[in-house]
Design a protein around this ligand. Structure first.
Ligand SMILES: [Ca+2]
Ligand SMILES: [Ca+2]
Ligand SMILES: [Ca+2]
Length: 268
C-alpha cells in the first residue's frame, strides 16, 4: 500500500473532521487570515515649522501587510509600515513597527488600533513635492484605527491576497486616531527654527483580510476547507506545486495532507 493510500485509509477510519470555522470573533478571524491588503485612499498633508506648506496626497497602490507578533504579546496582528511603500515619492526608506491593540471586540465587529514610532535620528534626503531637502528625522509616528466587520466571502477587492477575504477594515476615529507624522530638522540643522512637523490629515484608507489561508489547508483559496482542497493536495502529492504546499517547505507531502484534514470543514 502506498503512503498516500495508507493516509487516506487512516483518515477514512478515524473520520477526522474538525470544524473551527464558526463561533470565532472577527479579531480571531483577522489573525487567522495571516495578512491584510491595505490601500491609502488619499488625504492632505500639512507641514509646519521650518517649512510651512500644505497640499494633497494622492491615493496609493494597494499593499500587503503580513501579520506578525512584533511585541510578543500573543496577538499576531502587528504590521511593519514601510514609508517607502506608502509614499514612494518621499524617498524615506524606513519602517514603522505598528503594534495592534484591540480597542473593543463585540464578536461580529471590533475596533483595532495599530500604533508605532521610529526614531531614526538620521540626516535623510526627503523629497517634498519635487524639492529634495536634507532632514534630520527625529521621529516617525504612525497610528491607524479601524473597524473590522464581516463581508460576504469574496476575492480580495484590492487584488493583493492569494485567498478569498471575508473581513473589511474601514478607517474610524478620524484625524485623532489616524496619524502619520514625520518630525525633524530641515537642512539637518538642529535649531528651533529648523524644527519641522509634517503630517497627513483628513486621510482615508481601507483594508481587507480574514478568509482561510493556504497555511491552514485552503489550497484553492476559496471560502472553505473541503474535499476540493483534499483532492488538490492528493493530486499534487509528491510534487513541489507551491499552491498545494501548505507549509511552504518545497514538497507536497503528508504534512500538507494532515493540515487539510485537521482543518477540514472550516468555512467563512
Ligand atoms: Ca502583538
Ligand atoms: Ca478550499
Ligand atoms: Ca509541504
Amino acid at each position: 500500500m502506498s503512503r498516500k493510500v495508507a493516509l487516506v485509509s487512516a483518515i477514512a477510519l478515524f473520520g477526522v473532521v474538525v470544524n473551527f470555522g464558526h463561533a470565532q470573533t472577527v479579531v480571531e478571524e483577522l489573525e487567522r487570515g495571516g495578512a491584510v491588503s491595505w490601500r491609502f485612499l488619499g488625504g492632505n498633508y500639512v507641514i509646519s515649522g521650518g517649512i510651512t506648506t500644505s497640499g494633497t496626497v494622492s491615493p496609493g497602490s494597494p499593499i500587503t501587510f503580513p501579520f506578525q507578533d512584533l511585541n510578543n504579546d500573543g496577538l499576531a496582528l502587528d504590521i511593519l509600515l514601510r514609508i517607502q511603500d506608502l509614499i514612494p515619492d518621499l524617498g524615506v526608506n524606513r519602517d514603522i513597527p505598528l503594534i495592534a491593540q484591540v480597542i473593543s471586540n463585540a464578536g461580529s465587529s471590533a475596533v483595532i488600533q495599530w500604533t508605532g514610532a521610529d526614531n531614526p535620528n538620521e540626516c535623510i534626503q526627503v523629497d517634498f513635492d519635487g524639492t529634495v531637502i536634507n532632514v534630520l528625522i527625529t521621529e516617525l509616528f504612525g497610528q491607524l484605527r479601524g473597524l473590522v466587520e464581516r463581508i460576504p466571502c469574496q476575492p480580495d477587492p484590492l487584488g493583493r491576497l492569494p485567498h478569498n477575504t471575508h473581513l473589511r477594515v474601514t478607517m474610524t476615529g478620524g484625524n485623532a486616531f489616524n496619524v502619520l507624522r514625520l518630525r525633524g530638522y530641515i537642512f539637518c540643522v538642529q535649531t528651533g527654527q529648523a524644527f519641522t512637523t509634517a503630517e497627513i490629515v483628513d486621510g482615508n484608507w481601507i483594508s481587507y483580510g480574514g478568509g482561510l489561508p493556504k497555511s491552514l489547508g485552503n489550497v484553492n483559496g476559496d471560502c472553505t476547507i473541503d474535499d476540493a482542497d483534499l483532492l488538490q493536495v492528493l493530486f499534487n502529492f509528491g510534487s513541489s506545486d507551491s499552491a498545494s504546499d501548505t507549509n511552504s517547505d518545497g514538497t507536497v507531502d503528508d504534512a500538507d495532507l494532515l493540515t487539510v484534514l485537521f482543518n477540514f470543514g472550516a468555512s467563512v
